[in-house]
Design a binder for this molecule. Structure first.
Ligand code: FMN
Length: 184
């Protein structure tokens, strides 16, 4: 029987209208489809997660988010860089879910991408996301899709045209799809 196409979920660390990271996420989704995969979004804006602290009871939304994340064969985290690190919406989601279990991260194929208006392409936040996901046991692929100079990185149809961002994204997606297939 033919295998179903790998399903890649997109977890974006910006909820902002007009977000350049959401723009990158959409461009990467086009690339995944071109490479034969299926895509879906894990929209953190649809989960009502309070700021984590240890006195709070785990909200049911945390388990909903874990279930959604588990439904994908692989996940690409697309994150803005805030003061060289993770935006709170992303860190909060990782922290909340990690207090329940790690099955949505441990052993799952992950890729990391980031987009910045300036030239540095989010290398600092990608490194931090990599460290946190590694600690939680993610099966991370080596290529990462950092995209700087967001203002000139996309064409009118939303395709990623900047280099080396586009080639890096192709490499990362190729690594993810082949790793998912090899695990089946
Ligand atoms: C609190 C804050 C800190 C930021 N720190 C950085 C930074 O360290 N490096 C960087 O390249 N951009 C930084 N920026 C600029 C963001 O890259 C920029 O606002 C970007 O558009 C955010 O992503 P988004 O458009 O997907 O929301 C910062 C922005 C904010 C709001």
């Amino acid at each position: 029987m033919a295998k179903t196409p790998p399903r890649i979920g997109f977890l974006c660390g910006s909820l902002r209208t007009g977000s350049i990271n959401q723009q990158l996420s959409k461009a990467l989704q086009k690339k995944v489809k071109q490479a034969g995969g299926k895509t879906g979004e894990i929209n953190l804006g649809t989960y009502d997660l309070p700021l984590y602290h240890g006195d709070l009871k785990t909200p049911p939304e945390v388990r909903k988010l874990i279930t959604r994340m588990k439904s994908f064969d692989g996940i690409i985290v697309v994150s803005p860089e805030y003061n060289g690190g993770l935006p709170p919406v992303l860190k909060n989601a990782i922290d909340w879910t990690s207090t329940v279990e790690t099955g949505h991260i441990a052993g799952k194929v992950y890729g990391i991408a980031a987009c910045t208006p300036g030239p540095m392409s989010g290398i600092m936040v990608m490194r931090q996301v990599q460290f946190i996901l590694m600690r939680l046991g993610a099966d991370l692929v080596p290529a990462q899709a950092g995209c700087g100079g967001a203002g000139k990185a996309f064409d009118a149809k939303g395709h990623l045209i900047a280099e080396p961002a586009s080639s890096l994204a192709d490499k990362m997606i190729g690594q993810m799809l082949s790793r998912i297939k090899s695990k089946r």
